[in-house]
Design a protein around this ligand. Structure first.
Ligand SMILES: C[S@@+](CC[C@H](N)C(=O)[O-])C[C@H]1O[C@@H](n2cnc3c(N)ncnc32)[C@H](O)[C@@H]1O
Length: 205
């Protein structure tokens, strides 16, 4: 299933990337120079963010899935970026070793958000930032939320453990981050169940 997910991911996302995701990635990663030059990306997948990174002192791209990592390793834009196989719940880095951690469409899939956010917090320097883009529960649309709840068990099995009903904004706050920027927006040209998103920058407080 993980091979299939990795193989289907880019073609499945293509229309959404063109409609909005590529612009959101560009805008988010443009915030990095003001945060710092040592950056870790978790759940980097096939490397959809690679085209949008500014010049950095250190860029580490991590993922737990070998099929995603194989695709990532073939990206011509990799340049000097390091690629590391690692679970976001157990990051093989020292405390405070990064200025920023990037997570795009990952916190929906990790087995335990609190554990992952705790690890992100640990590897960030004091005042470092989580730069995130995540699809979330449809809090403001009860009928869509009901559909998300119904479909979630099956969806999770075919979509790499992805959950549809997570309140990721609350989880980020609970983990000890303060939002510096937060945008809620519907992901265009995506399935209705994954359209509600949040993105922004949250500082380690
Ligand atoms: C939906 S894809 C998103 C890929 C990429 N970040 C993007 O924006 O297109 C989710 C990625 O998170 C990875 N992932 C899921 N759970 C993970 C975990 N616990 N640790 C590390 N990576 C994980 C998956 O292998 C997959 O590559």
């Amino acid at each position: 299933m993980s091979w299939l997910f990795a193989t289907a991911y880019d073609p499945f996302m293509r229309r959404t990337e063109r409609a909005c995701l590529a612009d959101w990635r560009r805008e988010l990663l443009a915030a990095l120079p003001a945060i710092g030059a040592r950056v870790l990306e978790i759940g980097a997948g096939t490397g959809a963010n690679l085209a949008f990174y500014p010049a950095l002192e250190r860029l580490v791209l991590s993922d737990a899935d070998p099929h995603m990592l194989a695709r990532l390793g073939r990206r011509p834009e990799l340049g000097r970026a390091e690629v590391v196989r690692a679970s976001a719940g157990d990051l093989p880095f020292d405390d405070g070793s990064f200025d920023a951690v990037v997570s795009t469409l990952v916190l929906c899939s990790v087995p335990d958000q609190a554990v992952t956010l705790g690890e992100i917090r640990r590897v960030l320097r004091p005042g470092g930032a989580l730069v995130f883009l995540e699809h979330v529960a449809a809090e403001d649309a009860p009928s869509r939320l009901r559909w998300q709840r119904r479909i979630e068990p099956l969806w999770s099995r075919v979509a790499g453990g992805c959950h549809l009903t997570r309140d990721t904004r609350a989880a980020i706050e609970r983990a000890g981050f303060a939002f510096e920027a937060l945008t809620k927006e519907s992901m265009r040209k995506a399935l209705p169940i994954v359209r509600p998103t949040i993105r922004g920058v949250a500082r380690k407080s």
